[in-house]
Design a protein around this ligand. Structure first.
Ligand code: CP
Ligand code: NVA
Length: 318
């Protein structure tokens, strides 16, 4: 089956941040995603051999539902194995260095996926790993999420669309959406209070990438104006993992940026809605939107598995 698939050879050894992949590589990953998904639906058995004998280690310093299950099931569907390694269980949690963890795990595993509270730690893991490392969320980036989200957007709207992100535009999901959107050439509108806008250092890079891809980046703190014309409205929690101490302040400042049915009407486009989940229904998104007819939220969650299968195959076989 491998021969009949278009498996991209990625230039990067690891996926640590969105800019590790080029536009062409992302599009090739989407093509492989389509092929793997089609083959799996058609003939479940045949697709079960691609990663036979291979094992993915999944290190988690933070909680996860989607990332853990989609990677684990994705590996099983491809004939491989996945091991769930929480920092409570492995010696990393008792102070063993990231360097030694990488050196040792590289000898057992074929790839490592890590969710960490620090991008720096993930970079150190990769620098000392002999096998591919995939970022499954850090304090700064969530590249697998953003890659999947633009796959989902492209399925519904094609390669150009006006995508609005509303809420905490300084968090990991927003930052990755900005970078991947810039690489792919989407028209992004970031809507947030100024203190939670996309950090300047990332904004500069995003604008540079847009000059190459032809996308655009605009930002506003006026929710009603910002949503006008958006074909997608995306939001994420106001209090990300590790920010619990700031919860009350954030909820107060971000309250005017909640996704409501009234705000959706102001878009005047019948926009799709997206959320990486987990959601706080009643905070950044109102419960009435669960049954909204253009809700892509659960499709995004499903697509995590399909896109990550393409990532795993490309990194291990490409
Ligand atoms: N969206 C996402 O990464 O979900 P989890 O935190 O459940 O993995
Ligand atoms: N911004 C959220 C995303 C969870 C998938 C967080 O970091 O908690």
């Amino acid at each position: 089956m491998k021969q009949s698939l278009h498996i991209p050879s990625l230039k990067t050894a690891h996926i640590l941040k969105d800019t590790d992949l080029s536009r062409q590589e992302i599009l090739s990953l989407y093509q492989l995603t389509n092929e793997l998904r089609r083959q799996f639906m058609k003939d479940r058995q045949r697709s079960l051999s691609l990663l036979e004998g291979r094992t993915l280690g999944m290190i988690f310093e933070k909680n996860s539902t989607r990332t853990r299950v989609s990677f684990q099931v994705g590996m099983y569907q491809l004939g491989g194995n996945a091991i769930h390694l929480t920092t409570n269980d492995i010696q990393l949690g008792r102070g063993e260095s990231m360097e030694d963890t990488a050196r040792v795990l590289s000898r057992y595993l074929d790839a490592i996926m890590i969710r960490s509270n620090s991008q720096e730690k993930v970079d150190v893991l990769a620098a000392n790993s002999q096998v591919p490392v995939i970022n499954g969320l850090t304090d700064i980036y969530h590249p697998c999420q953003a890659l999947t989200d633009y796959y989902t957007v492209a399925e519904h709207l094609g390669p150009r669309a006006r995508v609005g992100y509303i809420g905490d535009a300084a968090n990991n999901v927003a930052i990755s959406l900005a970078y991947s959107g810039a690489i792919l050439g989407y028209d992004l509108v970031f809507i947030s209070p100024q203190e939670y806008s996309l950090p300047e250092v990332h904004k500069k890079e995003v604008v540079k990438l847009m000059q190459v891809s032809g996308g655009t980046f605009t930002e506003t703190d006026n929710a009603a104006k910002g949503v006008l014309g958006c074909q997608v409205l995306y939001t994420d929690v106001w209090v990300s993992m590790g920010m619990e101490k700031e919860a009350e302040l954030r909820k107060k400042k971000l309250e005017p940026f909640s996704l409501t049915s009234i705000l959706l009407q102001k878009a005047e486009t019948h926009p799709y809605i997206m959320h990486c989940l987990p959601a706080k229904w009643g905070e950044e998104i109102q419960p009435e939107l669960q049954d909204y007819d253009r809700n892509l939220i659960y499709e995004q969650a499903e697509n995590r598995m399909h896109v990550q299968k393409a990532i795993l195959v490309s990194m291990m076989l490409g």
